[in-house]
Design a protein around this ligand. Sequence first.
Ligand SMILES: [Zn+2]
Length: 270
Amino acid sequence: MRVAESLRSTVVWKAEWVPPVAGHILSKGKSSKRRSHPIFVGHLAVALGSKSVDKQVPLAAAVAAAFALDLIWPVLLLLGAEEVRINPGDTAFTALAFDSYPWSHSLLLVLGWSLVAAFVARRFLGTWRAAAVIGVLVLSHWVLDFVTHRPDLPIWPGGPLAGLGLWNSVPGTIVVEAGLLAAGLSLYASATKPRDRIGRWSLVSLVALTSLIWVTQPWAPLPPSSGAVAWGALILWLLPPWAAWVEKHRTTEGAVAPVSDGSSDKVTDA
Ligand SMILES: [Zn+2]
């Protein structure tokens, strides 16, 4: 992918002053049984931001769509269909080398997954608008991964690899992903209001905890094995129910005025 390669060289060029083995040096000697979890907040950002596009799309569905590829990835790792390797300094931001993930992360199949997700969403959410939001969210995962990963994302299984390599720069990664998250959070916070204290703190804790896990990754102890990476990544399956919990205690602005009790539940439980 020529355009990708030239864009990548630009980004990598800007990031070159960052020692590529920073993660290695910082995590070496601190190896323990604790696991670092590969969570990337850019995906949470687009899920939150989608609320401003269509309020009928439940946050849980948006989060599941935005993280979909990373939800199926650990399952495929455990089944032996895809491969990850621990390679300290692979990029500055993560020690994970994504050696093979054609089913979950090749552009061709991701286009297919996003169509499947859109049709499922059309059936359960009822509108083509919601279906489009879900489909685009699934596809957005690949686009964000394309920006951050080094060229390890296949265009099709066995095809050329793409990736702009933002992870070669820890500061660059933090600035871009944190900026996205701030934007997504502000869109979500302006499209919804807390019904109660839980509505506020469940959202704050969701964003704070995922941010903490994400931002400490370059300095986190190395996972003991690639199997541990796969099991650790299953933590992502907690995100959709957490998002559902958040939204159960929040309401969209339009629904807040005449609400007395249960009449707005269709908004939050949709
Ligand atoms: Zn991914």
